[in-house]
Design a protein around this ligand. Structure first.
Ligand code: HEC
Ligand code: HEC
Length: 313
């Protein structure tokens, strides 16, 4: 009896009016961004201020925003890589939507935004400082100390600094991209070529790794499965998100692809053993361009602010 009802329902829905090609409402392997979560506004404001504060770095030259420019693409404009005196160079990933990745950093070796921020303070490649050092500097700032007390109801401490930064980062979502509007049922939000690109993205198998709410960011994979991709280390990485990918060049953990079309072709060859035609590449790039969202109502863009450290605010 139960089965019969089930069958009837399925039959009923398959006879309903034709959906756009390739489109199965609610069953696509990619899902739209959720609404930006409501956070405590005082904690967000404090996190925003800390994110832009160069005193977080040992020599007071770099804020988080120096490498993750939120007025542009949340990554580095101009200088693509972290400044490295130690260790391998890594391409800077965007902080936009990072809160929705299930693990953080290229290797996916960090679980929480708080732990990520703590590590970033310590790493010689980024801040070369430490939470204690930062705390000592910031405690001398009356105005900031007051803002902290108002946000957290206690004197400034390390866990609060990390929590405020993480709280701010949770608001760095980029809703409103055309593809999400299409997923929401607006058939006119993307054109025929973009839709064909999405079809290829699924049929070629890109979507087996780049999927979910961030079009990536939810699994580990080897890179260079069939053919080498770039520098071999690290061998296993967390699959990057492709949200805003059209405006976050260069690509890959080592920044070895400068243009999106090049990255797409390299992916096809390295991960799927496919040599993509120019038309296929063009359609996939067109699809990926529909994944560019907005932050505070402005489109996320590659061009933008400068890498100069912000003055303390
Ligand atoms: C000198 C440039 C630089 C600075 C300054 C910097 N970052 Fe990063 N950020 C990077 C690089 C490079 C990575 C990749 C690190 C890795 O994979 O190990 C990264 C990774 C991240 C990620 C992970 C993104 C993801 O999707 O996995 C977050 C979140 C982040 N940074 C936040 C911050 C915060 C918060 C600060 C300030 C406390 C900061 N960054 C300062 C260069 C920088
Ligand atoms: C087997 C898993 C897998 C498949 C299949 C796959 N990718 Fe990837 N993709 C990855 C991994 C892993 C990386 C990161 C590689 C690195 O940084 O070394 C990546 C990186 C990318 C990047 C660069 C993102 C950035 O911000 O640097 C793009 C663009 C991309 N993939 C598009 C595609 C397209 C298009 C396809 C299908 C033709 C595809 N991928 C198929 C796993 C995969």
């Amino acid at each position: 009896m139960f089965l019969a009802v089930l069958c009837l329902c399925t039959l009923g829905s398959s006879l309903a009016q034709a959906p756009p090609p390739h489109f199965r409402p609610g069953q696509e392997p990619i899902t739209p961004l959720p609404p930006t979560p409501i956070q405590d506004p005082q904690q967000v404001a404090l996190g925003d201020r800390l994110f832009h504060d160069p005193r977080l770095s040992h020599d007071n030259t770099l804020s988080c925003n120096s490498c993750h420019d939120v007025s542009a693409n949340g990554a580095s404009v101009g200088q693509p890589k972290s400044r490295i005196d130690a260790g391998p160079e890594l391409n800077t990933p965007t902080v936009f939507n990072a809160a929705l990745n299930y693990r953080l950093n290229w290797e996916g070796n960090v679980r929480t935004l708080e732990a990520q921020a703590d590590q970033t303070l310590q790493k010689p490649q980024t801040m070369g400082s430490s939470l204690d050092e930062v705390l000592n500097k910031l405690r001398g700032d009356q105005d900031l100390s007051k803002q902290f007390r108002e946000a957290y109801g206690r004197e400034m401490d390390g866990p609060g600094i990390l929590a405020a930064i993480a709280t701010y980062e949770r608001t760095l979502l980029t809703p409103g991209c055309r593809f999400d509007r299409w997923l929401g049922g607006d058939a006119s939000a993307i054109n025929a070529e973009e839709l064909a690109g999405y079809g290829l993205f699924k049929s070629l198998g890109c979507v087996s790794c780049h999927q979910g709410v961030n079009v990536g960011g939810n699994m580990y994979q080897r890179h260079g499965i069939f053919h080498p991709l770039g520098s071999p280390e690290p061998e296993i990485v967390r699959v990057p998100s492709l949200r805003n990918v059209a405006v976050t060049a260069p690509y890959f953990h080592d920044g070895s692809a400068v243009a999106l079309a090049q990255a797409v072709q390299k992916m096809g060859y390295a991960q799927l053993d496919r040599v993509l035609t120019d038309d296929q590449t063009k359609a996939i790039v067109a699809f990926l361009q529909t994944l560019t969202g907005t932050y505070l109502g402005r489109p996320v863009t590659q061009a933008g602010g400068s890498r100069q450290a912000d003055a303390p605010r």
